[in-house]
Design a protein around this ligand. Structure first.
Ligand code: RB5
Length: 150
């Protein structure tokens, strides 16, 4: 898969470790920054990744900030992006199986590096279950467009 990865300054080191971890995988990685620990604004990197997911330039996105909260709020403003803040491998698996999450959000200040890497591995290898979940995902888009879909 083609995966875009972005972080703010709080998660710069974590992003570098994630890139290192995935370096030997079969995935193609696109690092959209940030490029240092200098203070920056997480919405800029959420947008860099989300726009690429939205435009199908990449298959998935990974966003890391201090808590993962800001990144998930920002990424979910982009239509077609289903960003999930996952704090366990269980949530990572379910975000894929049920929600077909296409962006994974993580917190470098709130999660250990070991957990972050384990969560990423599960998230990248779990398939969407489809079936009953398909209509629900469709409803998310329809409701967001103000359509009456009940
Ligand atoms: C940066 O200090 C911090 O606010 C940011 O990384 C993130 O945690 C926001 O949700």
């Amino acid at each position: 898969m083609k995966i875009a990865i972005g972080s703010d300054h709080a998660a710069y080191e974590a992003k570098e470790q994630v890139l290192k971890h995935l370096h030997t995988s079969a995935h193609t990685l696109l690092d959209v920054g940030t490029k240092s620990v200098e203070s920056c604004d997480y919405p800029d990197y959420a947008a860099e990744v989300s726009r690429r997911v939205q435009a199908n330039e990449v298959d998935r996105g990974i966003l890391i900030c201090g808590t993962g909260i800001g990144m998930s709020i920002a990424a979910n403003r982009f239509t077609g992006v289903r960003a999930a803040l996952c704090t366990s491998t269980e949530l990572a698996g379910l975000s894929r199986e049920h929600n077909n999450a296409n962006v994974l959000c993580l917190g470098a200040r709130t999660q250990s590096m070991e957990d972050i890497l384990a969560i990423i591995d599960v998230w990248l290898t779990t398939e969407w279950a489809g079936g009953r979940h398909a209509g629900r995902l469709n409803k998310i888009e329809q409701h967001a467009r103000g359509k009456d879909v009940k």
